[in-house]
Design a protein around this ligand. Sequence first.
Ligand code: UDP
Length: 328
Amino acid sequence: MRILVTGGAGYIGSHAVKLFLSRGHDVSVYDSLVYGHRAAVPADRLIVADLADVHRLDQVILERRIEAVVHFAAFCYVGESVQHPAKYWQNNLVNTLNLMECLRRNGVSRFVFSSTCATYGIPDKVPMTEDLPQKPINPYGQAKLAVERALADYAHAYGWGYAALRYFNAAGASPDGSIGEDHDPETHLIPLVIWAAMGKRPHVEVFGTDYATPDGTCIRDYIHVDDLAEAHLLALEKLGPGSELRYNLGTGRGYSVREVIHTVEEVTRKTVPVKEGPRREGDPPALVASSERIQKELGWRPRYAELRPIVETAWNWHRGHPKGYRDR
Ligand code: UDP
């Protein structure tokens, strides 16, 4: 399949690109490199351009005879979205709508969208199934939900087939150590704990120890990036005219912040200096996916069902690339 991957030089996108190429797909990566990394994808696949540049998009879609789009390109900092909502509504919603119009003009009607568990807000129950009400509590989640709604309308009116994949906490790295997580700024727990273990940071701060969870810290469902990538491919292969696939993607097992720290200590065999701090605004106590629907409908299974092997791949990447892609 001739696939356009927007944001393909980013963390999750680059793992998806690697998988798609390994399965023989013809992949074009469209990335502004604002957050993505040139070294994360093969040079001959990369188009450096902004999603806002609709002329370039039109040209790429036409020239490369694109058949399907996997749309990762987005800003992904929840806290920033609260401070600068305009940036998120513009980039994550408006630019996505522009992309969708480009596709419509060019007759492309297969679309896989990076959505998020943040579209649910604070869930009434865990594990979370897809039929829970979607009530996002920040602009990041709101804009993602708005795109889901637009896609549903495009499916009904124009016969688009789309998948909205609602990721829980993406983690880990390619097991061969060639690509991995490199955010600037880094805000995610696992890399920050690893950095503290490596001495790259003086400590890791635990955001809140008074939650109503067994050890008082927040529980999240960490899913390996390669398992996420696989789900995109399965979804792409399944899409037909009018299909609407909406899936939660996690392992179904939650780990507390303290359990993550403990696992990193075991894997790295180093002590992680920890500082206990206040809660971070907007953090739900527990987010755990039920991924039964995608398991049943697409036969997807997480190959990394537990945290430890996920952390091992992350550690392998960070140990080999202490400065991330700047080491390359
Ligand atoms: N977290 C933490 N310290 C940090 C970063 C994150 O205690 O320096 C906690 C955060 O409160 C959340 C969990 O770790 O409960 C995962 O946070 P992350 O930012 O990695 O992902 P999110 O769940 O926000 O998407």
